[in-house]
Design a protein around this ligand. Structure first.
Ligand SMILES: NC(=O)c1ccc[n+]([C@@H]2O[C@H](COP(=O)([O-])OP(=O)(O)OC[C@H]3O[C@@H](n4cnc5c(N)ncnc54)[C@H](O)[C@@H]3O)[C@@H](O)[C@H]2O)c1
Length: 384
């Protein structure tokens, strides 16, 4: 069996996303399955090295997962020609200096979103990669979730007719940490603007690629941000002031006329099918798209709803939908995209989820904040 060994620098992977999604469920899962099979006698095999600031954390991670190589000396690792890919899942505010260094070292670049905190920086990172002729990509994991793939299949089959509107409802209650038995479940930086936190910067990056890929290109946004909880408890048990938005209520206008409204909140209790649900209404049918499931109601089976608040409602609206069955094996969404990126690096296969697409996400977040500040609709212009 011919092996294409690909040296991958995994930077900042001691964090939540880096450890769970990128190291364990993507890179190690690929190694465990015997690499990415590209033909009967050829595989692409990742060869990871962990880099970060904290030797003890790296050592523990390396021991826990059996990844032999780790280093706190990123410059030395970048200088090693055995590593051709640089991946970053560290803090959003550090992305730019890390990616700049890796570009100077001539590595292929792959990183988490947001690719930067400001659109100028995000476009700059794309430009320096392009000018250096380096392959590049951004994590856009939601595109490979089973629910969204089922939506895409239905759309390709013409299920919806003309799509009219999309209602996205995302979020759950993130505990503030003030009750001992209800510890918070997300890192505290998410609620501090000065550390790169905030709902819009986090989630509107996702909504940009979800909307662009599934529903149509975003052309304008109207957004109201809110910081509903103004104090939370951090990892050391100290109270801190929340300086970032913990909810956003946004309407997006698309160039094909579709209207999307997304509510995103860390201060909402869940009474819906999933933590993310997008109801898509079309002339010929509707779907409720969750992370894994997708429920449909075709026009021909749409019951007649009758308004009568004087009697108890005799029907369950939830029962009027049919689940789209699993049609294949849906692998971890991050892993699917990693495999596509590594095939791009080794085999030169196309990969369209570049840093330019990442910059579009940051752009939508920035335009959303501008809309909030101005209390007005803001156009989302073409980036390049
Ligand atoms: N794709 C997604 O769905 C998704 C979800 C959550 C977070 N993210 C993104 O992933 C990134 C990390 O988020 P997280 O939730 O894992 O946060 P986290 O706080 O759990 O992890 C951040 C990591 O960065 C490391 N780090 C900080 N400073 C560093 C430095 N100077 N050098 C090296 N490493 C350093 C920390 O040690 C930690 O390992 C953020 O940019 C975030 O926006 C993406």
């Amino acid at each position: 069996m011919k092996q294409h060994k690909v040296g991958i620098i995994l930077n900042g992977v001691t964090g939540r996303m880096g450890t769970n999604q990128h190291l364990e469920r993507s890179i190690l899962a690929i190694i465990e399955q015997g690499g990415i099979k590209v033909s009967d006698d050829e595989v692409i095999m990742p060869d990871p090295i962990l880099t970060g600031r904290n030797e003890n954390k790296l050592k523990a991670l390396s021991a826990r997962y059996g990844v032999e190589k780790y280093s706190t000396d990123l410059d030395a690792v970048l200088a090693d020609p055995d590593y051709e890919v640089f991946f970053d899942a560290s803090s959003t505010l550090l992305r730019k200096p890390f990616v700049e260094k890796a570009v100077a070292a001539g590595k292929a670049i792959y990183c988490e979103k947001p690719t930067a905190a400001h659109v100028e920086d995000a476009v700059y990172l794309y430009r320096i990669c392009r000018e250096a002729g380096l392959k590049n990509g951004v994590v856009q994991d939601k595109l490979w979730l089973p629910g969204l793939r089922k939506f895409q299949m239905l759309k390709d089959q013409g299920f919806f007719g003309k799509i009219l509107s999309v209602r996205g409802e995302f979020g759950y209650w993130v505990f503030d940490g003030k009750v001992a038995d209800q510890p918070t479940q997300r890192p505290s930086w998410n609620y501090r603007a000065e550390d790169g936190g905030g709902m819009v910067l986090d989630m509107h990056c996702h909504w940009r690629y979800v909307i662009d890929n599934l529903f149509g290109n975003v052309k304008a946004v109207s957004c109201r941000q809110a910081t509903h909880l103004d104090e939370r408890i951090d990892e050391s048990g100290n109270a801190y002031t929340c300086t970032a938005d913990d909810a956003a209520y946004a309407t997006f206008e698309l160039d094909n006329g579709v209207i999307c409204h997304f509510n995103s909140s860390w201060t909402v209790r869940v009474r819906r099918d999933d933590l993310l649900c997008m109801q898509v209404d079309g002339t010929e049918g509707s779907a409720v798209v969750g992370l894994r499931k997708c429920l449909i109601q075709p026009h021909s089976a749409t019951p007649k709803a009758v308004w009568n608040p004087d009697v108890d409602n005799p029907v369950s609206y939830f029962d009027q939908w049919t689940e789209v069955p699993d049609a294949c094996v849906y692998e971890n969404a991050f892993k699917v995209q990693w495999e596509l990126f590594l095939r791009h690096v080794v085999l030169d296969e196309p990969f369209r989820w570049t840093l330019l697409e990442g910059a579009k996400g940051v752009q939508l977040a920035e335009r959303s904040m501008e809309s909030n500040e101005k209390r007005a609709w803001v156009d989302v212009e073409n980036l390049v």
